[in-house]
Design a protein around this ligand. Sequence first.
Ligand code: PMP
Length: 408
Amino acid sequence: MESNFDVASIRKQFPILEQKVYGQPLVYLDNAATTQKPRCVVKRIEEAYFSHNANVHRAVHLLSQQATEAHEGARVVVQGFINAAESDEIVFTRGTTESINLVAFSFGEAFCREGDEILISSMEHHSNIVPWQLLCERKKMVLKVIPINDDGCLLLDEYAKLLGPKVKLLAITQISNVLGVENALGPIIELAHKQGIPVLVDGAQAVAHRPVDVQALDADFYTFSSHKIFGPTGVGVLYAKRFFLEKMPPYQGGGEMIDQVHFEKTTYNQIPFKFEAGTPDFIGTAALAEALRFIQKIGMDNIHAYERQLTDYALKELGKVEGFQLLGNIPDRHAIIPFQLKGIHAYDVGMMLDKLGIAVRTGHHCAQPLLERLGTGPCVRASFAFYNTTEEVYRLAAALRRIYKMFN
Ligand code: PMP
């Protein structure tokens, strides 16, 4: 594989990748679950705790001002990273899951009534299914699902038929965490908007792999998790258009989200603070900003191109392994390869790969309805980040050959 991408020097920024597991150099291919952290992110956390740790927004003293500047500065970095129109449209949460739950609750309160419908797709992660089921139970609404074909692609004609005046929101993933397929969000969102239906995009598997422009997408809501984009755990992002944030009621009550509190009546803070009750993870947000700056320096387009080459190379190499069965028939996969080894349970494959130093994910990948639809049962998922190499792909292919031989 030819590439100008300097993966060797990038890897030096990720000390965890240098270690051995069971005496073998670690091959970390579980990036769709969580990514590793570069030195600058961990350094940022240490620096924040050691030199300007103080609660944000509240005090007049210097440390608090510094912490507040870092936290609010991070909001601007996120805004720039996904090209939101204003930083007030960036709400910090604990992760994609909380971002979606926030919308399901607050949007549901403001815009939904008994008999209304929410539309999702067959390939959603559980965190883009269950919050909508809870809303539907609470409000006596109906959850509708866009079907997929046997290849694992959305049936867009069926999607068009499901749209209608009862649909209050479409919630859909940009890239499937199992199949790696990217949905054609441009036309999908355009069609929904033609009928006045807002769209929430689950970007958890997209932001670390391709440039994202929420204004170009015209997404009404966009969600992602810091830990999947080389930032710390426990921080997430909800982008929402001002129009919706202004209309939606608070999700949780407490400090930060209030304007005036009286026992008779409380008024709320302006957006985005209205949705950020309690002390935010201000150290985490500053570290997330560091991660975003780090990948911006490498360049999202460069990352996208490198990972595309790596994924294509992996598909070719793994395709030569006897017994290798790829899930779905997707024209263009994004850094995710789901598979089975013929006749061998996915857990056995995963456990043996682990002993050979290769970390992958096995199971239903929090997308049980998708695997049920594909009729495959549990599978193995190898997922890449820009620090993975062709050599690692080669080791995965060699390990799978060895496992297949052992079982046959
Ligand atoms: N959506 C998708 C597509 C995901 O892959 C994940 C994480 N696997 C989530 C949502 C949930 O993310 P988190 O657990 O960070 O909230």
